[in-house]
Design a protein around this ligand. Sequence first.
Ligand code: DGY
Length: 434
Amino acid sequence: MRATGFFYALMELLQRCVAVLNKNRRGNFTIPSPRLYPFQWNWDSGFIAMGHLHDKPSLALTELEALFNGQWENGFLPHIVFYHEENYKTYFPSADYWNAKVNAPNPLKTSGITQPPVHGYVLEALFNAGVDKNRLTSLFKKVLRYHNYLYKNREFNNSGLVAIWHNWESGMDNSPWWDAVFDTIRDEDLENIALNRKDVLEVEESSLTRPKNIDYKKYLYLINLLKKQHYLSISSDYPFQIIDPVFNAILIRSNRSLINLGKKLGINTTFIEQKQAIGLNHFNEYLFDDLSNLYFPYNIKQGKQIKIECSGSYLPVFAGIPDKSKVIEMMDKQINQPDTMMFPSCAPYEPGFEKKNYWRGPVWINMNWMIWKGLLDYGLYHKAELLKTQTIDLVKKYGIFEYFPPFKNSDDTKGLGGADFSWTAALIIDMIKN
Ligand code: DGY
């Protein structure tokens, strides 16, 4: 009886997830969440494609093709593609605020910063699902150009590791990881920055759950500096220059997929193979901390790691980077927390932790999903299953939201941030179908 009830509950959740993806589709792409994010977002679309993979693999290709319509001439892939001009006024900063022109597509408008490169990984999954080879090959070449852009424009000191230039490029927008960098921006630099935020109108308890206005001003300050250089370069005193373990682990995981696929499609990937080898040699040197057995971002300007425990501290598991014995230790630390769900975006014992605030504490399904995929690759099936079950239960209990309460005993009855969140739906579909 119990097993049957469990099965029906799972099937019901699956149907609700499929319905969210259908509802959020806008022709050939999917918005991350109604109203809050009304355009196409970069890494969101990678995760969304994983949701289509099982039943509608051709739609997964369509999703990525729409995203890569926004690719720039230099290979750069923007974090937002502004389809549907009629929505421009409903999101801030708008397409006109970004004003990306040099190298950017026209008339389609885009932002001028990027997001973690998950698409190579997704392409390999699509290949294995047997999608149309011509469409896949054409996308493969675009993803390869994007990775080439990253190494040619963002590589730090021949380390095979690439820098991000904005907190939004990490995808973990207001993580405590970035606090010290933002502390270096002076109040007088923010005097002329006007805000016209829409996000705070769209979610409940926005003062607790979204970044603060002072934070947003700093995000825009960085955008204004980048805009002056047409988003193509930074000056040496530019404040935000970070080697993020999440961005780089995802890049390395996607490289591996591209290298595998290149062999199958007969396309040369020598450049990426060389960079991959160099990056793997330097990853632990810059980003691993022996004492805590965790990964941290490296602040290029200060020449040191930012030692705060976040979910990203575990994400290199996705790319197979730590030794298996280290992974087991890392996972046991998380599994044995009596009060906390796996993997809070910031550990509750860190001073920057806030239980409802976006990337400062809540659990995000994409992080759990990537770590789960990594555990499967290590053959750590029991730990993978625990993580999968806990992640599905979270969505069953709180709904298909953007992020989730990090404590096992929480007063919250619903998830946090945007409702009907596409990547939550897509990745839960992938977990259930596996
Ligand atoms: C937002 O709009 O909050 C995104 O995370 C940044 O693109």
